[in-house]
Write a protein that binds this ligand. Structure first.
Ligand code: NAI
Ligand code: MG
Length: 491
């Protein structure tokens, strides 16, 4: 026995240590072959369908509906009826009970949702398990707490629900973006028609089962799947009172144009090209972790990703050396493996976009670094990438890549860092790394970004408002601020 134990525990040759696979089981997820549209508390057969796939294996997972404008009309009618039939006049303390129930059920079913999120979206299970699911539940808990306190949140202003909210969300945080949209809408007494992104509908469809378990009245939340044309039908529907959109700046602008003069309320959470600014007095190893988290978290499919690294010239070399070393330890591969750091790119389309922009970086003259890593043969993959020798004018320093690609630029003084950081059409987020508290405050006051993280990055909390300036959109989600877009104060 002792002999055997020693044999099993004996280490491999030095330098030869590898991780054994540690896959999370898929058995907890029970996929149906096909899903309808969730309208008025029932599954409705869509006129058209398409298959949703796993981006890590390209295998089809289920057939889902492509909602037509007529389907959207039925969903809006169901939401309108539920609004009028009692949801909007329910006491806040009663609405809160539903939200608390939804939050608790999400916690109870967290593992099932996390596995499904990684299967359909490609993100590593440790992220869906430790970030997406806890934050989604936290959002429902947080807004449940506001439902019966709206009068105190807005004293002397008589807050009232807006009506039917049309909500269009992206594919990078499918369930979390649903929570960001649905929780404040319901807390304020609105009803909802929500459209998930075309590549990631499955956790939103599973969420319909949570609504059933929570016994939410029929029609309060309706989920219609489909592509951009379904989204456009929601935007154009005259009986929708408010649009909340998260996605590309291009589509956001188109929506704003279409809604001009319609009187519909609108919030837009769009793209970003965040500056992560590292001063020479910072804790360098912590900064390296923050940079890695800032751009490689969720394959860089993050609107607030720290995609432009500004390194003070005096620490440029050690910083880039440490960063490259750290990159070699990132494990790229199976999203369901618990050791995976970087999962699959969400779609073939997104992979093409990343490749095209990376190619432009090479052509414009930047130096590319990618650590040696073996990418799986099937599925959509892109190795973690760092560009150095990047000029401000290069496309990789200007455009949102939305992939695991970092552009490194340099600066000498805080003033220069600020000027370069703000030299972008976006303004969603930024990071500052320094030991000096006064410098953090000085920078935070001057950075034109909705969120500024100091000595950390990509930290989220439902109590904290999130949103952008300039082409990153307007309106805030999260916190007290996140209630306002779902309320009217007209008398
Ligand atoms: P997209 O903006 O087209 O898609 C986002 C959502 O909007 C999806 O649900 C989509 O079906 C819907 N949509 C598309 N066209 C619409 C329309 N005309 N009216 C109403 N809804 C519409 O983003 P896409 O094409 O998936 O990605 C393109 C680029 O956008 C990405 O490479 C990335 O740079 C950026 N993006 C930014 C996001 C963010 O969180 N800021 C999220 C997703 C994409
Ligand atoms: Mg698009």
């Amino acid at each position: 026995m002792a002999e055997l134990d020693r044999a099993a525990g004996s280490p491999a040759a030095p330098g030869d240590w590898t991780y054994a696979p540690a896959p999370e089981s898929r058995d907890i997820v029970h996929l149906r072959e096909r899903y309808g549209l969730f309208i008025g508390g029932r599954w409705v057969e869509p006129s058209e369908t398409y298959a949703t796939i796993s981006p890590s294996s390209e295998e089809p997972l289920a057939v889902v509906g492509q909602a037509s404008p007529a389907d959207v009309e039925r969903a809006v009618a169901a939401a309108r009826a539920a609004f009028a039939d009692g949801w909007s006049s329910l006491p806040g303390s009663e609405r809160a009970k539903y939200l608390f129930r939804i939050a608790r059920i999400l916690q109870e079913r967290a593992r099932e949702f996390a596995v499904l999120e990684s299967m359909n979206g490609g993100k590593p299970i440790k992220e869906s398990r430790d970030v997406d699911l806890p934050l989604a539940a936290a959002h429902f808990f947080y807004y449940a707490g506001w439902a019966d306190k709206l009068e105190y949140a807005f004293p002397n202003r008589t807050p009232k629900p807006v009506g039917v909210a049309g909500q269009i969300i992206p594919w990078n945080f499918p369930l979390l973006m649903l929570a960001w949209k649905v929780a404040p809408a319901l807390a304020c007494g609105n009803t909802v028609v929500l459209k998930p992104a075309e590549t990631t509908p499955l956790t939103a469809l599973l969420f319909c089962d949570v609504l059933r378990q929570a016994e939410l009245p029929a029609g309060v939340v309706n989920i219609v799947t489909g592509d951009g044309s379904t989204g456009a039908a929601i935007v154009d529907n005259p009986d929708v009172d408010k649009i909340a959109f998260t996605g590309s700046t291009e589509v956001g602008k188109a929506i704003q144009r279409r809604l001009a003069g319609s009187g519909k309320k609108l919030t837009l959470e769009l793209g970003g090209k965040a500056a992560n600014i590292v001063f020479d007095d910072c804790a360098l190893d912590q900064a390296v972790e923050g940079i890695v988290n800032g751009i490689y978290f969720n394959q860089g499919h993050v609107c607030c990703a720290g995609s432009r690294l500004f390194a003070q010239e005096s620490i440029y070399e050690p910083l880039v050396d440490k960063l490259k070393m750290r990159l070699e330890t990132l494990r790229v591969g199976d999203p369901l493996d618990k050791n995976t750091d970087v999962g699959a790119i969400n779609s073939a389309m997104q992979l093409d976009k990343i490749r095209e922009l990376v190619e432009s970086g090479r052509e414009e003259g930047a130096d590319i670094y990618q650590p040696p890593c073996r990418l799986p043969e099937k599925g959509y993959w892109f190795a973690p990438t760092v560009f150095t020798n990047v000029a401000q004018s290069y496309r990789i320093a200007q455009e949102e890549i939305f992939g695991p690609v970092l552009s490194v630029l340099t600066f000498r003084t805080p003033e220069e860092a600020l000027e370069k950081a703000n030299n972008t059409p976006y303004g969603l987020s930024a990071g500052v790394w320094t030991e000096k508290g006064s410098r953090i405050l000085w920078m935070a006051q001057r950075l034109r970004a909705g969120v500024v993280w100091a000595n950390t990055y990509n930290r989220f909390d439902p109590t904290s408002p999130f949103g952008g300036y300039k082409e990153s959109g307007f309106g805030r989600e999260g916190g007290l601020h996140g209630l306002e877009p779902y309320l009217r104060f007209d008398e």
